[in-house]
Design a protein around this ligand. Structure first.
Ligand SMILES: *[C@@H]1O[C@H](CO)[C@@H](O)[C@H](O)[C@H]1NC(C)=O
Ligand SMILES: *[C@@H]1O[C@H](CO)[C@@H](O)[C@H](O)[C@H]1NC(C)=O
Ligand SMILES: *[C@@H]1O[C@H](CO)[C@@H](O)[C@H](O)[C@H]1NC(C)=O
Ligand SMILES: *[C@@H]1O[C@H](CO)[C@@H](O)[C@H](O)[C@H]1NC(C)=O
Ligand SMILES: *[C@@H]1O[C@H](CO)[C@@H](O)[C@H](O)[C@H]1NC(C)=O
Ligand SMILES: *[C@@H]1O[C@H](CO)[C@@H](O)[C@H](O)[C@H]1NC(C)=O
Length: 533
């Protein structure tokens, strides 16, 4: 038996409490020649009593003392070969980097790895051109923090599951090997390492992720951009009503919006049609009911532009007595103007149907004058029609001027004249009397033949004239005559007209309507002189 080296003895005591061995021979020779000393079995057992976590202590079914003895020989050689600073107490490194001559040998001592000393933290077997399958034995050392198997020729499958007990592994290098191709990104364990641990190893980690990112960046992103752009273009040019309200150019409608509003231009929504115009009732996305007048006429480009310009102006008009123009639409096939939806009763129908009271008639007149003033002051370029059959009535008994357009200037004088006719019609209700046809001229002719003093003939019989409103009726009537008086150069101004009508309306509200009639039917026929001027 060889002499005992004191250094070695301490090492053995601490790690293995072993028999004396010298390291003069090679590990292979030592394994062949050395034998356990007499107290080896009991020393091992007492070690296990002190530190039961030592791996050889839990070997089953029975401790193989022979094998444990060989393990101690390999351990002591390996410690020295790995250039650990001391091989006295425990050793932390298995460093067989660039040692192609001995690394395969040490790797082949499976009994050593089976009992892998708990002190080992780092295993480096890199750059040894080692062949064969993955060296699973090293994974017995579950406590290691660092494992480098790079630059070898290992092949076959990576034992992915066997890695999971290595909870403290922070450094791993499997680069430059020939493992079968496998996607490691699926395994939670390998996510803690990046691609530089698997360069050219066959195993793929971030390469896949990288390609995925590249694919996303190079293909996905442009597709996304294109989609967003297409979506945006679709929204802007087809359905701007889906855009946030702030971004909507509310006055321009697209054919797609109109189509959606009218259930695909369905016949149920068609409320009127002629050769060139189709009128639809529609409901916009926000619930607004609209009237859509679609013109299928083929007009020159210039007129198209003028149409849009006109619509732009009209859509800016805003008055309670004006049908609101919400916008327009132009397409290659048609142009359309979109206005708010109004129930279709006009003043003419209203007059003949219900024979409204004085007070209601004044309310309508007042609304019309207000609207005329608004237009005169703010939109003098807008011309409008004042006829009992084109002025509509809202649910609140407000008149709504429904025909108007830009340009085609009419003088104020003429406008006042037309208002006068409208006023007289309102009081007269000539349409209730069959003898007139619908023409304007006829009515004017008729009205001028009347004797203004003949109040009875002047006014609608169904309207009550009482003691109290008599003067207002008279005054308003004479105002109407003043407006249509061709011989007179001085027509009343809109302001004057407004004042008279507003005052009459106010009085008609204040006065109790229970006043007994002083004028009805035959009783006062011809007795009430009307002062004109
Ligand atoms: C320890 O290892 C070195 C090489 O790292 C070697 O030269 C030396 O002979 C070894 N010592 C013993 C006692 O085996
Ligand atoms: C130690 O145990 C082995 C069996 O594992 C046995 O063969 C050997 O004789 C024992 N040695 C001593 C000194 O008891
Ligand atoms: C690997 O070992 C060879 C010699 O066997 C040496 O030339 C080379 O530099 C080593 N490579 C690394 C990365 O250590
Ligand atoms: C990892 O390290 C901790 C603390 O050092 C230790 O308690 C634990 O046992 C180690 N894990 C393994 C698998 O060795
Ligand atoms: C990989 O991780 C290490 C730290 O673990 C870091 O130093 C290195 O830069 C990383 N490499 C890449 C490509 O992310
Ligand atoms: C693994 O080893 C290769 C080759 O030496 C090297 O290029 C790579 O950086 C190493 N990876 C890490 C994580 O150190």
């Amino acid at each position: 038996m060889a002499t005992i080296s004191s250094t070695w003895r301490v090492f053995l005591l601490i790690i293995l409490s072993l028999c004396p061995i010298t390291l003069s021979a090679t590990v292979v020779e030592d394994l062949k020649n050395l034998h356990p000393p007499p107290h080896f079995n009991s020393t091992i057992l007492s070690n296990c009593l002190k530190n039961p976590s030592l791996r050889y202590c839990s070997s089953s079914p029975m401790m193989d003392f022979d094998e444990i003895f060989k393990f101690t020989i390999v351990a002591s050689h390996l410690c020295n070969e790995s250039k650990n600073p001391t091989c006295v107490e425990t050793f932390p490194n298995v460093d067989l980097k660039n040692r192609p001559n001995i690394a395969p040998l040490y790797l082949s001592f499976d009994f050593f790895w089976k009992y892998c000393p708990l002190s080992i933290m780092s295993i480096d077997l890199s750059n040894n051109s080692m062949k064969g399958g993955f060296p699973t034995d090293v994974l017995y050392c579950t406590q290691i923090q660092s494992l480098d198997l790079s630059i070898n020729a290992f092949s076959g499958d990576l034992p992915i599951q066997s890695f999971s007990p290595l909870t403290n592994l922070t450094f791993l290098n499997l680069s430059y090997n020939f493992f079968s191709e496998i996607k490691l990104s699926d395994s939670q364990f390998f996510k803690r390492f990046n691609s530089s641990s698997f360069l050219h190893s066959g195993a793929l980690l971030d390469e896949k992720k990288f390609t995925l990112k590249a694919v996303i960046l190079l293909v996905g992103f442009p597709i996304l951009v294109i989609l967003v752009v297409v979506c945006w273009v679709w929204l802007c040019f087809q359905r701007p009503d889906f855009l946030p309200r702030k971004l909507q150019r509310t006055r321009r409608f697209t054919p797609a919006i109109l189509k959606a509003a009218t259930a695909g231009f369905s016949n149920n929504n068609l409320v009127g049609m002629s050769d060139v115009v189709h009128i639809y009732k529609g409901i916009l996305r926000d619930g607004t009911e609209v009237k859509i007048e679609m013109y299928w006429d083929d007009i020159p480009r210039d007129s198209y532009r003028r149409f849009v310009e006109e619509c732009k102006v009209l859509s800016r008009l805003h008055h309670k007595n004006l049908v609101r123009v919400l916008g327009w639409c132009r397409s290659r096939k048609f142009r359309a103007i979109i206005t708010e939806w109004t129930e279709e009763e006009n003043v003419e129908m209203w007059l003949s149907r219900s024979g409204p009271s004085w007070n209601h008639r004044l309310k309508v007149l007042k609304g019309v004058v207000e609207c005329m003033r608004y237009l005169q002051e703010e939109w003098p370029e807008v011309n409008y029609e004042l006829k009992t059959n084109t002025i509509l009535l809202s649910d609140y008994m407000e008149p709504l001027i429904s025909r108007f357009k830009v340009g085609d200037q009419t003088s104020n004088r003429k406008k006042i004249y037309r208002f006068g006719v409208f006023l007289l019609e309102m009081i007269q209700n000539k349409k209730g009397q069959e003898e007139f046809d619908r023409s304007y001229g006829e009515f004017i002719k008729y009205i001028t033949t009347l004797d203004p003093a003949d109040l009875h003939k002047m006014i609608d019989h169904r309207m009550e004239v009482t003691e109290t409103n008599f003067h207002q009726v008279k005054q308003v009537l004479s105002l109407g005559f003043m407006c249509i008086d061709q011989s007179n150069n001085e027509r009343p101004s809109l302001a004057t007209i407004f004042n008279i009508i507003a005052r009459a309306y106010k009085v008609s509200l204040v006065l109790p309507s229970t006043n007994h009639r002083i004028f009805h039917g035959e009783r006062f026929k011809g007795h009430m002189p009307v002062q004109i001027k």
